[in-house]
Design a protein around this ligand. Structure first.
Ligand SMILES: C[S@@+](CC[C@H](N)C(=O)[O-])C[C@H]1O[C@@H](n2cnc3c(N)ncnc32)[C@H](O)[C@@H]1O
Length: 259
């Protein structure tokens, strides 16, 4: 019974993530939703910026802290290990929903691209960004990252096995294609308001900090193999050099999802 309950919990949390991801896409691109990143306005400039900063920190701080190995070691004394990741995903979903619900648009325009071809190009970059995020997760460990692999293994009575380090396709061009996806998704817009700029700016800083922690963990886990990968493959911006060979060709080693 417990196994089935954990599985349902994990699948629900994963399914909710997919819905929240779609909602975030509509929120940032200003489509379909009654409330988006650019309107309707509520508070004026200064107070709005403060609320938005608090909302982004309320998402970013727990999202990072809960991914740290030390926190997980403590947290899994309270939360059963098989649903630790699903709980992380569930809490992240709720924090993103709260961020969207209480977001305070700041309407002043930073840039507005009027040229149709250029605006079309920018929207294409945005679409690439929103597609890159799920695509990159599929390339490494989508079901592990979203916790369903853990509850699936538990339901079958199998022990959790850590996924190996991998460098498939996009991961041979840059080390963090998923974060490149987020950056394109946040920044690529023909109509940038001050509120949107605040959103993109704070989350960009968050991603750059997250990369430092994530790479530290990856170095701990994979040692010289990751150090070599880091020397050979650029972090976020493709170098134009030929993609590096698959760095994951060696034997699999311990891996635990962080952020
Ligand atoms: C949200 S994902 C982002 C992955 C990567 N930073 C990116 O932007 O594509 C974070 C998780 O991916 C894992 N990860 C990052 N690079 C990896 C790789 N090359 N192979 C396997 N797992 C990786 C990290 O350990 C972390 O658990």
């Amino acid at each position: 019974m417990k196994r089935i309950a954990f599985f349902v919990y994990g699948v629900t949390s994963h399914g909710m993530f997919l819905l929240v991801y779609a909602a975030l896409g509509f929120f940032v691109t200003g489509q379909f939703l009654p409330r988006t990143i650019d309107g309707p306005t509520g508070l004026s400039g200064g107070p709005a910026a403060m609320v938005n900063t608090l909302l982004l920190l309320s998402f970013g701080v727990p999202h990072s802290v809960m991914a740290r190995p030390g926190f997980k070691a403590w947290w899994t004394q309270i939360i059963p290990k098989p649903i630790e990741r699903s709980t992380y995903v569930l809490i992240s979903n709720l924090l993103v929903l709260a961020m969207m619900a209480f977001w305070q648009p700041i309407e002043s325009v930073v840039w507005h691209v009027q040229s149709q071809p250029l605006a079309g190009l920018i929207w294409s970059l945005s679409a690439i960004g929103w597609l890159l995020v799920p695509l990159s997760s599929l390339l490494i460990n989508h079901f592990d990252l979203l916790g369903t692999r853990q509850v699936w293994l538990y339901m079958q009575g199998k022990a959790y096995s850590h996924l190996p380090f991998a460098s498939p396709l996009l991961y041979r061009i840059v080390r963090h294609p998923l974060y490149v996806g987020w950056l394109l998704a946040f920044w690529a817009t023909p109509y940038m308001t001050v509120g949107h700029l605040q959103f993109a700016g704070i989350l960009t800083a968050y991603i750059l900090i997250a990369i430092r922690f994530e790479e530290r963990d990856l170095l701990d886990q994979h040692g010289e193999r990751y150090a070599k990968y880091r020397r050979e493959v650029p972090m976020l911006i493709p170098s134009g050099r030929r993609p590096q060979p698959n760095h994951a060709a060696e034997a699999p080693v311990r891996h635990e999802p962080a952020l």
